[in-house]
Design a protein around this ligand. Sequence first.
Ligand SMILES: N[C@@H](CCC(=O)N[C@@H](CS)C(=O)NCC(=O)O)C(=O)O
Length: 217
Amino acid sequence: MRVLDCLCWPFSWLASVLRMGVGAAGAPVEPAEPLILYEFEGCPFCRIAREAVSEVGVTTIMRPCPRNGARFRPAVEALGGKTQFPFLIDPNANAAIYDSGDIAVYLYKTYGACVNRPVLHWLGPVNILLSQLGVLACFFAGSFATPSRKADPPLEFYGSERNPGARLARQTLCEMQLEYVWRPQWAGAPRLVDAGAGRELKGASSIRRYLRETYRK
Ligand SMILES: N[C@@H](CCC(=O)N[C@@H](CS)C(=O)NCC(=O)O)C(=O)O
């Protein structure tokens, strides 16, 4: 598994290059209630929503919904009326939004007053195509669920969308459908805090190993 983990690195870098570095971590924004994003790593549209979360720096509860995952997927249809990802809930404004473009625009407008919307996010089909290539570059990692136990309370995760190591860690969080509070952050990332177990992990490889050892069923 360690060898496989090492092999993933260049592909995660490639995904960041294909995205032209979009998805840096903005200055932290802590809304009264964290936002909630239903998404999965193997979905090109979800990446666009995550990049906006990251650029804006807004604290968001992530509920990963890989294709065959049963933990959070049913909630999306119950809350919004259809099974489509990404799906954003903003409890502060009673807003529920489906489309990645709409989610990005909403986030920049509502929480990113000082953040310029990256040029790539204005490029419609090019934006989507490059995001799809990013999914291909990572061999669809974060698309399918693996059996796992729930993390209670939810984990806390620090890292930007574009950080290749943070991406590798998120892919494992996603495949294991582990809920986490995401604080987009550049310094010291990726970092995972498991308050329930009193553990703090730094670096993609340590985080992935810890998650598999602790939450795999
Ligand atoms: N126009 C939408 C398209 C979203 C979309 O097609 N998402 C796919 C995943 S990549 C989806 O929800 N598929 C249904 C499923 O996964 O069950 C957007 O930009 O968000």
